[in-house]
Design a protein around this ligand. Structure first.
Ligand SMILES: Nc1ncnc2c1ncn2[C@@H]1O[C@H](COP(=O)(O)OP(=O)(O)OP(=O)(O)O)[C@@H](O)[C@H]1O
Ligand SMILES: [Mg+2]
Length: 451
């Protein structure tokens, strides 16, 4: 089946047939008013979360916009549009749709760039869908999930060595603006050992979407990826849908037994879209302008990643979270830290020094690392972090020449190892390093055997 816009009248008649009881007409409502982003309709009955079409067909150019039921009060229904409302007038028809919608899926999505509803954004024509799946994925019994027991090679030496990622782990990539999140995600799409990569570009600038696809992902990255993009100027509901769609795509391939890497840039923008919606339908703000439903949505989204039940595939996920290093109070960063199994923090200071990837190894942690690496590897990584921290503590003294060698054995060793440690952490954009190489070089670096 091809994803094409069927004629307006035909679609409507299909919907009518499927929602009306035999011999009974569909009960349509009318649009009463619009407040901010919210539409108010009356005269129809529609359940929370169900979809409606808002139709203005009494002009020369009939307009229809899909909207979702977000709330109700005193016989009125509140809806939130998925697209632009241009052309919608008071009194427009509001027609309930039969179900919560289905999303197109299939292998032909690889190499494609789609919007939050599965429509092609890349001008390569309609996508051939093998399956149409409901928006909500299957729930996995937490006790039946495969435990995280295998390391995953992401191709980045410092992550493989010091913050080893487990297959099925969910990590946050915490950083301020312009410190290299997108570049690091791009490297991971090219280097990670995964069958399929799903990239969600949620709420970022439109220009960045193109840049990410053309320059950072490149042909090589795109051929085994599916990109779902919903830039900042999309309706907030569309941004939410895009985040859920890319998670759903990852689930679809995981349930086919594949190992999926899901990269979402950014979780903060997802939370902000939910904030816009919640505030618009009248939910009171709680923490720094974020209503409580935002904090309920985050774990719901993130929990969908992870391993499948025995014998199934996996979703290893990276979510970027905007946070200026010193702002530990940001409620989204705080909530994300709580629901993820680890965080990689990028440091502006390192980026300014040209130290890329600018991973702050002292502030970062992979909570599953002890379960997926050998005892020796773990020991070497702890030693590396100790020496690195020891150097940072005396950094100012050392740089002005006030540190007297011999004062502290560990500091002396840290100074001696520093050049090879820095070499270990830095990595070129087109350089990929396997788990074995990363582990071996880590051992050599801390024991002094590295060149
Ligand atoms: N590994 C790297 N090697 C060299 N330069 C890099 C590297 N990573 C990032 N940069 C530089 O930093 C700039 C910003 O990187 P990037 O776009 O990835 O940041 P970002 O955190 O995604 O920013 P934003 O918050 O705007 O999305 C890049 O344009 C590039 O100049
Ligand atoms: Mg970016």
């Amino acid at each position: 089946m091809r994803l094409e816009r069927t004629s307006f009248a035909k679609r409507l008649s299909v919907y009518r047939d499927s929602i009306s009881l035999p011999g009974q007409p569909v009960v349509e409502g009318r649009l009463l008013r619009m407040v901010g982003l919210t539409l108010e309709a009356e005269g129809l009955r529609a359940a929370l979360g169900s979809r409606c079409l808002v139709i203005n067909d009494d002009s020369y150019h009939p307009v229809q916009v899909e909207a979702e039921v977000m709330g109700f009060s005193n016989g009125k229904i509140f809806l939130m549009p998925v697209g632009s409302l241009a052309g919608i007038a008071p009194g427009a028809r509001v027609v309930p749709l039969p179900d919560t919608g289905r999303l197109p899926m299939g292998r032909s999505m690889l190499g494609r760039v789609l919007d939050g509803t599965g429509r092609a954004l890349d001008g390569k024509g309609g996508m051939k869908a093998e399956d149409w799946v409901p928006m909500d994925g299957p729930t996995i019994n937490p006790l039946k999930r495969n435990p995280i027991s295998e390391p995953l090679n992401v191709g980045i030496r410092s992550i493989n060595g010091l913050l080893t990622v487990g297959r099925g782990q969910r990590l946050g990539l915490f950083a301020g603006t312009g410190v290299g999140k997108s570049v690091l995600l791009g490297m991971m799409t090219r280097f990670t050992d995964a069958d399929i990569i799903v990239v969600g570009l949620i709420g970022e600038r439109g220009r960045e979407v193109k840049e990410f696809i053309d320059e950072i992902l490149g042909e090589e990255g795109l051929t085994r990826s599916v990109v779902v993009a919903s830039p900042a100027d999309d309706a907030p509901l569309m941004r939410l849908r895009a985040a859920m769609y890319c998670t759903r795509i990852a689930e679809y391939f995981r349930d086919k037994g594949l190992n999926v890497l899901l990269l979402m840039d950014s979780l903060t923008r997802f939370a902000q879209a939910q904030r816009e919606i919640a505030l618009a339908i009248g939910e009171p703000p709680a923490t720094k302008g974020y209503p409580p439903s935002v904090f309920a949505r985050l774990p719901k989204l993130v929990e969908r990643a992870g391993n499948a039940e025995q014998g199934g595939g996996s979703i290893t996920a990276f979510y970027t979270v905007l946070s200026e290093g010193d702002d530990q109070q940001d409620p989204i960063a705080d909530a994300a830290r709580g629901v993820l199994d680890g965080h990689i923090v990028l440091s502006r200071r390192l980026a300014e020094e040209g130290h890329y990837p600018a991973i702050d190894i002292e502030a970062s942690i992979s909570r599953v690392m002890p379960q997926v690496v050998s005892a020796d590897h773990l020991k070497h990584s702890q030693r590396f972090k100790q020496l690195w921290s020891r150097y940072q503590q005396s950094r100012d003294l050392i740089s002005v020449g006030a540190y007297v060698p011999g004062g502290d054995a560990d500091t002396d060793l840290a100074i001696a190892r520093m050049p090879s440690m820095v070499r270990y952490l830095r990595q070129g954009l087109h350089e990929s390093e396997s788990l074995e190489q990363s582990s071996a070089l880590l051992a050599a670096t801390v024991t002094g055997g590295a060149a």
